[in-house]
Design a protein. Structure first.
Length: 106
């Protein structure tokens, strides 16, 4: 199992018992340096999976399913914004609008 997956699995395991976990506790649990664990936790925080509050890490929502639902909502908002911007660019450049795209995919 890759390092980030080990850390995330350990985080989930601890969250079944506590509301949050410190990077020191996770490092001890997975047998890695605190610096390595913090590196991966920072990436998970940037991705929106986890948050750090009051010196401990926890899932963004109360459970993994709701965390994934919130991340999906973020992704949907991003695509809605990109689509709106693309439409505005198309309109400003007088590009034609087709109901059906040329390419239907594989």
């Amino acid at each position: 199992m890759k390092t980030a997956a080990r850390i995330f699995a350990a985080l989930l395991g601890v969250l079944g018992e506590k509301d949050g976990v410190s990077s020191d506790d996770l490092a001890e649990k997975v047998g890695l340096s605190r610096a390595a664990v913090v590196h991966h936790l920072n990436r998970m925080t940037s991705s929106g999976l986890i948050v750090r509050r009051d010196g401990v890490y926890r899932l963004r929502a109360e459970n993994l399913e709701n965390t994934i639902i919130e991340v999906q909502r973020d992704v949907n908002r991003i695509f809605e914004n990109v689509t709106r911007i693309a439409r505005e660019i198309d309109q400003s450049m007088n590009l034609p609008h087709r109901e059906k795209p040329f390419y239907d995919g594989p």
